[in-house]
Design a protein around this ligand. Structure first.
Ligand code: AMP
Length: 307
């Protein structure tokens, strides 16, 4: 099964307690694609500028990711600068330059049209919606967003939420989107906006899936996966997108989707997030093996096994 993903493909300048990197390959769609590529076929829709060269493209190609839908335009690629000096769980954004994404008209390559799975990674909700509308036959549609779009592009974002099966966002974003500081109440409010399932990412504390109506003060169906306690987090950038790639990639790789599939997917999401943070940028995600992934899945089982 193939996933088509639209989202940012970017250059990131990142500062963490472990050091600083200038203009490394990043972007939500980049992290998502690399993580998902260990599970299933991935096809990317994005735009890059003249600063995106063969070295960056090779990162996608080495993982067998279809890049026909990455358009090259005159100008500079999306650029993001952030730091994690006070809080490793939440980036402080210093600069967001949309550059070529500002005028992007997404085109869906013919070969992408039979994708059964669609992921709307973090980017302008207007673009997410256009791609959603251009792929009406997708069987399962998931998406992500962030505070930048929640704050100033709310109306467009609410339209996107109506077309989603699964929304994956972090806890601060969930509370911001709902205007409610209680996670369970906020989750219920977000589910009323359209998605059938909400996956809330808690950084180093794991992720919680909510679906169905709530009762007794707890969302009716709630499932939590931990994050792996790591001795060193080098760079948290892309952990959320890598979680989404592992989560959705695993789902797309399964012939039948059952409640157990989603629970396993939450753990595979955590596995890919845990790898992403071990090195700067996409470095760790570029050179994993399926054996390493399955071994780490086993560590998660041990971490949570009761009897
Ligand atoms: P995360 O998984 O949340 O750490 O996502 C990190 C990635 O999101 C970075 O590689 C950035 O290039 C990308 N990013 C940052 N801000 C935005 C934005 N406003 N829209 C789309 N992508 C962004």
């Amino acid at each position: 099964m193939a996933i088509t993903v639209v989202g940012s493909v970017a250059f990131d300048s990142i500062e963490t307690p472990a050091g600083r990197r200038e203009r490394c390959l990043g972007g939500a769609a980049t992290y998502f694609s690399l993580a998902a590529s260990y599970f299933t076929d991935v096809r990317v829709i994005a735009v890059v500028g003249e600063d995106f060269g063969p070295r960056q493209l090779a990162v996608f190609n080495a993982r067998g990711i279809d890049t026909q839908g990455i358009e090259r335009a005159a100008g500079k690629s999306f650029f993001w600068e952030g730091s994690y000096l006070e809080n490793l769980n939440e980036a402080k954004t210093h600069a967001t330059e949309l550059n070529v994404f500002g005028a992007f008209e997404p085109k869906i390559p013919e070969a992408y049209r039979d994708s059964e799975f669609l992921f709307l990674a973090n980017i302008d909700p207007v673009l997410q919606r256009r791609v959603r509308e251009a792929m009406p036959n997708a069987r399962l549609v998931a998406g992500d967003t962030m505070n930048y779009w929640i704050k100033d592009h709310r109306a467009a974002l609410l339209e996107v939420l109506k077309g989603l099966d699964i929304l994956l966002i972090n806890d601060t974003e969930t509370k911001m989107l709902a205007g409610n500081n209680n996670l369970v109440q906020a989750a219920r409010a977000v589910l009323a906006m359209g998605p059938r399932m909400l996956v809330v990412k808690h950084g180093e504390y794991g992720a919680t899936a909510f679906h169905g109506a709530s009762k007794d003060g707890v969302a009716a169906k709630t499932f939590r996966a931990p994050a792996l306690p790591l001795e060193e987090v080098v760079d948290p950038t892309g952990a959320g997108d890598s979680f989404a790639g592992g989560f959705f990639g695993y789902i797309a790789s399964q012939s039948k989707i059952t409640p157990a599939t989603f629970r396993h997917a939450m753990f595979y999401g955590s596995v890919m997030g845990s790898f992403a943070v071990e090195r700067f940028g996409t470095e760790r995600l570029q050179q994993l093996s399926r054996e390493e992934i399955d071994h780490r899945f086993g560590l998660f089982r041990e971490l949570t096994h009761l009897d």
